[in-house]
Design a protein around this ligand. Structure first.
Ligand SMILES: [Zn+2]
Length: 248
């Protein structure tokens, strides 16, 4: 579905900033300033950028490496595939740094008689929340290389690349992170107890950063069919790829 783009003026340089319905934080292409669309106000959180290391030629190296590697792929995949699309997209993320403490009471049934276990799981997370709907993006496979982040610099965004705006604000991102962290701690706890009687998670926020990270969306053709491959642009690691079924 194609949606009509709307426009606001950048609060910093006055250039038109296009946005689509559903987007609520927009970055100006001309000066890199970020604005909250609804209020027209300047965005007050840290905005960072993860640098991309590939161009439309050199991205073929990690693509070829992926096509060649692994056991499950057809032997002629690298030779017979044709790369048909190489799209670099800067995806928006919120990185939520927290201390999360879950206090629990559960029942351990793996010995007889079963015993009641109580305790806490205390962890620090830099939890990643994808700031918009991107169908099939494997958030859990992607570890944002935070040590390589720089302050957002629009001059580093390649002319052929696409920069996507955020569809969720800071509060919504924090809420999502809390829910996901609680679920994650619940999952961890299930390794220790068989039944959870009660669990309470306390999340202390340390920092929130809005960032754009480079992701390559690749399409390749193999024996007349199209397949997709997603590669992150920092190290060229494949995050997710469609593998044609091989015949044995
Ligand atoms: Zn601007």
């Amino acid at each position: 579905m194609d949606t009509v783009a709307q426009e606001i003026r950048c609060s910093h340089c006055g250039a038109p900033v296009e946005f689509k319905p559903g987007e609520i934080i927009a970055t100006c292409k001309y000066c890199g300033f970020t604005t909250v669309i609804e209020t027209g106000q300047t965005f007050t959180f840290e905005h960072s950028l993860i640098l991309n290391k590939f161009d439309q030629k050199s991205i073929d190296e990690p693509i070829q490496a992926w096509l060649r590697g692994g056991f499950l792929k057809p032997g002629d995949l690298a030779r017979k595939s044709k790369i048909t699309e190489r799209n670099l997209v800067y995806l928006p993320f919120w990185v939520v740094s927290v201390e999360a403490k879950s206090t629990y009471k559960g029942i351990f049934e793996r010995i007889a008689p079963a015993i009641v276990k109580e305790g806490t799981i205390a962890k620090e997370y830099e939890w990643l929340v994808l700031a918009r709907e991107v169908s099939g993006f494997p958030t859990h496979e992607y570890e944002v290389p935070l040590e390589g982040k720089i302050p957002f610099d629009f001059r580093k965004i390649e002319g052929f690349a696409k920069l996507l705006n955020s569809e969720i604000d800071r509060d919504a991102a924090l809420e999502l992170a809390k829910q996901q962290i609680e679920e994650h701690n619940r999952f961890l706890l299930q390794q220790d107890v068989d039944k959870i009687v009660e669990m309470k998670t306390e999340v202390t926020l340390k920092q929130m950063v809005y960032l754009h990270a480079p992701i390559w969306f690749i399409k390749y053709e193999y024996k007349g069919k199209d397949y997709q491959l997603t590669i992150e642009g920092t190290a060229g690691t494949a995050l997710k790829g469609d593998i044609p079924s091989s015949r044995f």
